[in-house]
Design a protein around this ligand. Structure first.
Ligand SMILES: Nc1nc2c(ncn2[C@@H]2O[C@H](COP(=O)(O)OP(=O)(O)OP(=O)(O)O)[C@@H](O)[C@H]2O)c(=O)[nH]1
Ligand SMILES: [Zn+2]
Length: 353
């Protein structure tokens, strides 16, 4: 018998489970491959598919994702997912190709591990972008700076991150020397909590996982790219347990991700460094670009606000605005399309063809 608590089951889930009256067992989605959903259940792993009702009556965003808790029904060796538990949070990004649709990457995440390498990869702007997105999704960040063997002074990196004025812990490690791995294993990562690994290619995510697993769960770049070649598909899980009891989500394609408009209600809320000054702007709807009496631009001019932080704020605003316009365009187009199809229908009725 497997304890679901080991896979992140909590009082929140128990309460929903008890009140929902399904009479069905619950499991957690640990990988999604096409129409196949692998669950971890009290009796082990189970390959399932969606029930017809779920498949046809659910929008893509609400379909089960890695990390979801679900009710399922078992038939012989297979099973069907009947319903999805409410989500604690959702990590999403703009869909590739379709700029206005949201793609859900994973759900029910306790902490996101943002990995950057202390080589050319270290990039404050990119870090800020991740932090903004995670704040919008309600996911707590932990910054992991890998390849610490390449630097001699941690302080300058700590200071750079501190300038962002965000509440996030920063940890240094090196998978080469093993520095910081023990602390990560035993002090930072907690058992039964769900983590997701974020970071661009080459920062050392796979090396880090290997160090934490002490085995070759994910292969590093030097040997082969295993997600794209579909090797080991029978053993590959996107959510798995580390030996220290914590749960790790590492989905293929989890790379860069951008902002979606609807998540960032007020962008200033997501930028504590900006917000510190923006309440003193003359106009309450100040965009902090060219308005008179703008406390933000004044702070940049006087050196009280880091110019780099301000710049990254502007960049994100611009990006977000572009995205919102796209979404509005799309709505307008859909409306128009609806009108055209309605007109076509009446036309057809009238002329009976
Ligand atoms: N100097 C140094 N290099 C490292 C360290 N960890 C990983 N690397 C190297 O960085 C490169 C990328 O490592 P990976 O673990 O494949 O990086 P990744 O983030 O998984 O990359 P993708 O699989 O492309 O997403 C490899 O050549 C590693 O040997 C480290 O602590 N120090
Ligand atoms: Zn302003």
């Amino acid at each position: 018998m497997i304890s679901l608590t080991d896979f992140g089951w909590s009082d929140f889930h128990l309460q929903y489970f008890t009140h929902s009256n399904h009479g069905l067992p619950a499991g957690r989605v640990i990988s999604v491959k096409g129409f196949k959903y692998m669950l971890i259940t009290e009796t082990g792993e189970l390959e399932t598919e969606l029930s017809g009702k779920l498949l046809y009556a659910t929008s893509p965003e609400d379909l089960p994702k890695v990390g979801d808790w679900v009710f399922f029904m078992k038939y012989d060796d297979a099973g069907y997912i009947i319903d999805v538990f409410p989500r604690v949070n959702v990590l999403s990004r703009k869909s590739a190709g379709n700029k206005t649709e949201r793609q859900v990457l994973a759900v029910n995440i306790d902490f996101a591990l943002i990995v950057q390498g202390l080589d050319r990869d270290f990039n404050l702007m990119r870090l800020e972008r991740y932090l903004v997105q995670l704040a919008a999704c309600g996911i707590a960040p932990i910054v992991i700076l890998n390849k610490a063997d390449l630097i001699s002074d941690e302080e300058e990196y700590r200071l750079a991150i501190a300038r962002l004025m965000r509440d996030c812990s920063v940890h240094f490690c090196s998978t080469y020397t093993g520095f910081g791995i023990d602390a990560l294993n035993h002090q930072i990562l907690e058992a039964h909590k769900t983590y997701i690994l974020i970071g661009s290619s080459g920062v050392g995510k796979s090396s880090l996982l290997n160090a934490l697993m002490n085995t070759n769960v994910q292969q590093t770049n030097s040997t082969s790219d295993w997600s794209s070649k579909g090797k080991h598909t029978t053993t590959r899980r996107d959510l798995f347990r580390l030996p220290n009891g914590s749960l790790m989500i590492d989905t293929p394609g989890m790379r860069e991700f951008g902002l979606t408009g609807d998540e960032a209600h007020s962008t200033d809320d997501l930028f504590p460094a900006i917000q510190r000054f923006s309440s003193s702007c003359r106009f309450s709807d100040c965009t902090h670009m060219s308005e008179p009496g703008c406390a933000v631009t004044e702070a940049v001019a006087s050196g009280n606000l880091d110019a780099q932080v301000y710049e990254s704020y502007l960049k994100l605003i611009r990006e977000q605005r572009r995205f919102t316009i796209n979404a509005e365009d799309k709505k307008r187009m859909e409306k128009q399309f609806g009108r055209i199809t309605r007109e076509a229908k009446t036309h057809r009725k009238r002329y009976k063809y």
